[in-house]
Structure formats: structure tokens, C-alpha cells
Ligand binder design. Structure first.
Ligand code: SAM
Length: 368
């Protein structure tokens, strides 16, 4: 099985390089309005944003920043298939503007924007980030009433385009082989995620960590989980705020095609350094899932509970009939492809392409 991955250096307010109705899933995290690290970027998109911030009009700045995101949401509506899903990771912002502290509710504003475009909101996820230190508390310390709650969660907002879910032919292998384990379903489809630790992010050292900070990258588990939850093999996943390419890495590991678009050429250029690690990363992600499943099997047996079914492709029992066909993939080989050919400007560096060859996940060294 082969997947392709294309990344455009450009502005996602115009995704002309992507056809209508050609994407099954969007997984993304925009720059969060009213978080200071993105002020400059938003001001470059619309100078009126900088003016509003300078004049101390936080509400006007917030609205104008979301107006820029709205243009990207309009493009998502165009490129998503009917029944396709958009997963938007966004956090609210707290900020003092012109001496006045308040929260800017990004999640509510994004929800309104998608609903206004006719998307159906689906139950969303609160991603609870690991707590930092006691020094994090804001406001007037130990005396009421002017201390403020610290935000330690973000949202994964979920939307479906159109009123109906996607259809598949009965028994479609590409859907059944992409099944997840019962216990994964129980963890993943819970509405508060407290267990995203960043442990799958096996790549890189200090330079990689610095890149992730500068780009506000999310941990690999976030897009990987969402891709497994909301797409099948053969689907295409788009990230219009591609950053360091975490969504593409996750799509590669999960055996889906991907598309990305990112304003900052420097982020995109760095991706080539990560590509050689993808086969090992995909193997370790798949093996970690199988290993975790084996731990679940052992603990369920200890609890005196049995299993009715056996997996078709792995030497393990499973709880439900639907899981039997699970077949994880690993990347066996990956190469860069010249993705610039169809605009007649080959090599102009505004588009990057990769082709990955996937094989069923092989046994680990101990033969399991
Ligand atoms: C929160 S970061 C995404 C990080 C990404 N999820 C990752 O794991 O690396 C938002 C990204 O969107 C990019 N961006 C902002 N506005 C954009 C636009 N209009 N078109 C394309 N990219 C944009 C920023 O440069 C930044 O890299």
C-alpha cells in the first residue's frame, strides 16, 4: 500500500491547489487568537489587527483575528467531502489589554463559525494538559475576589460537513482493517483526555524541541488518535496550519494520505530532516498499540473476564467482532517526490511531496 503526502508553502486562506471534495478529514490547530506569540502573524494577515491591539481594543482584535481564520474555514468547507470531519484543536486565551484582564473564548467563536457554515457540531474533547507548577496562578494571590482560574485545557472541536455520515461499501477492508481496539475506543472516545503525554514523539533532540516550541506543535498522539478515530485507510487528511508537520507524521504512521499548507517556509524545509525517522517511528507507534493491547488482555484475564474473538492478523484475542480485522501498517520506505511538476515551476520550492510504502506491521523481535 502506498500513500502520498504533499505540503504547500502558502496561505491557507486560499487553498486553490486542493480540489473540491477531495479531503475526508481535517486535523489542525490554528494560531490561537489573542495569544501573544501570534500577534505578529495575525497583524501580517491584516494590519488592522495590530492597530486594534495598539489602541487597546482587545475585542476588535479578537474579532479581526477570527475573521482571518474564517477564511480558512471557508476553504475547508469547499475541500471536505460530505460527511467528512474537521477536528480543530484550539485553546482559549487569557490576556490583559488596556489594563483589563479577561478570557477570549476562541473555542466558542470557532464553534459558531463552523455552525454558521452548515457543519454539524459533534461532541467535543477537552484535552487536559499536564499541570505545571504552583507559580502558575494568576491574580491577587490568596485574597478574594480578584484571582483567576488558570486554563489548563484545550479543546478538540469536532464537526461533520453535511447532515449525513460517510457511507462505505459493506465489509470494506479499508475500513475494517483500520478498526481500533475496544479498550482504545474506551479511552479515545472519552470527552476528557488526560492521558496525552507526548510519549510517541520519539524524534529529535534539543533543536527539535525548540522547533516544536516556536511552532506550538501538538504531541503526535493528538493527530494520530484523531486520524485513527475519524478516517479509514485510503483517506486523505489535511492540515491547513501545518507548522512542523505533526499531522503529516501521524498520517504517515497511520497509513493515510495527507495534505498540508503552511505560511512559514522555514518550518516546511525542516521536515526533510524528520523523514528518515518515519519508518522507525511508525513501527514504534504500531508496536506500542499492540503492546498496550496485550497488557489489557492480561489485566482483563486477571479480572476473570474472557474473550469471545481472536484477531485475524495478530496472535491475540479481542473483545468484539468488529476488531477482528485490525491490521496496523508500518512504513517500509519513504522518498521525496518532485511535487512541483504540475505548476510548471519544478523546483521552485513552494511544494514538497513524499511517497511512503506501507506494509502490514511485522512482529517485534521477540516474535510477538
Ligand atoms: C499552532 S501552529 C500549528 C502547529 C502544528 N500543529 C504542529 O504540530 O507543528 C499554527 C501554524 O499555522 C501557521 N499559519 C498561520 N496562519 C496561516 C495561514 N493563513 N496559512 C498557512 N499557515 C498559517 C503558522 O505559521 C503556524 O505554523
Amino acid at each position: 500500500m502506498e500513500t502520498t503526502h504533499r505540503v504547500f508553502v502558502g496561505d491557507s486562506r486560499d487553498l486553490a491547489a486542493i480540489d473540491d471534495d477531495s479531503v475526508e478529514l481535517v486535523v489542525t490547530s490554528p494560531p490561537y487568537p489573542m495569544i501573544e506569540m501570534w500577534d505578529e502573524l495575525f497583524t501580517a494577515l491584516d494590519p488592522a489587527i495590530g492597530d486594534a491591539l495598539e489602541s487597546g481594543d482587545g475585542r476588535a482584535a479578537f474579532d479581526a483575528m477570527h475573521a482571518q481564520l474564517d477564511r480558512v474555514w471557508a476553504e475547508l468547507e469547499r475541500v471536505l467531502v460530505d460527511g467528512g470531519i474537521a477536528c480543530i484543536n484550539v485553546g482559549d486565551a487569557t490576556r490583559t489589554v488596556d489594563g483589563s484582564f479577561r478570557v477570549y473564548p476562541n473555542h466558542a467563536r470557532v464553534l459558531e463559525a463552523f455552525e454558521a457554515r452548515g457543519f454539524d457540531p459533534l461532541p467535543d474533547v477537552l484535552w487536559r494538559k499536564p499541570a505545571n507548577s504552583a507559580a502558575k496562578f494568576m491574580g491577587s494571590g490568596m485574597i478574594p475576589p480578584n484571582a483567576y482560574v488558570t486554563l489548563e485545557h484545550e479543546y478538540v472541536l469536532l464537526f461533520r460537513k453535511g447532515g449525513e455520515s460517510r457511507g462505505f461499501e459493506p465489509g470494506a477492508d479499508r475500513r475494517y482493517e483500520a478498526a481500533y481496539f475496544w479498550e482504545e475506543r474506551n479511552r479515545w472516545f472519552t470527552d476528557v483526555w488526560t492521558d496525552v503525554q507526548g510519549e510517541l514523539q520519539a524524534l529529535g533532540g534539543d533543536a527539535e524541541a525548540d522547533l516544536r516550541d516556536r511552532s506550538a506543535a501538538y504531541p503526535l498522539e493528538i493527530p494520530y488518535r484523531l486520524i485513527c478515530m475519524y478516517s479509514a485507510y485510503g483517506d486523505t487528511v489535511l492540515d491547513p496550519f501545518w507548522g512542523t508537520g505533526t499531522t503529516t507524521l501521524a498520517a504517515m504512521c497511520a497509513g493515510r494520505h495527507s495534505l498540508g499548507s503552511e505560511l512559514e517556509a522555514a518550518f516546511v524545509e525542516r521536515f526533510d530532516d524528520r523523514v528518515p525517522d518515519v519508518p522507525a517511528l511508525s513501527r514504534s507507534v504500531g508496536r506500542a498499540r499492540l503492546e498496550r493491547h496485550r497488557e489489557f488482555v492480561a489485566s482483563r484475564r486477571e479480572d476473570g473476564k474472557g474473550f469471545e474473538y481472536e484477531a485475524d492478523y495478530y496472535d491475540t484475542p479481542v473483545v468484539t467482532k468488529m476488531e477482528r480485522g485490525i491490521r496496523l501498517r508500518e512504513v517500509e520506505a519513504i522518498e521525496s517526490v518532485d511535487a512541483d511538476t504540475d505548476d510548471g515551476n519544478s523546483g521552485d520550492g513552494d511544494e514538497y511531496g513524499y511517497r511512503a510504502e506501507h506494509v502490514p506491521l511485522g512482529p517485534s523481535e521477540d516474535g510477538r
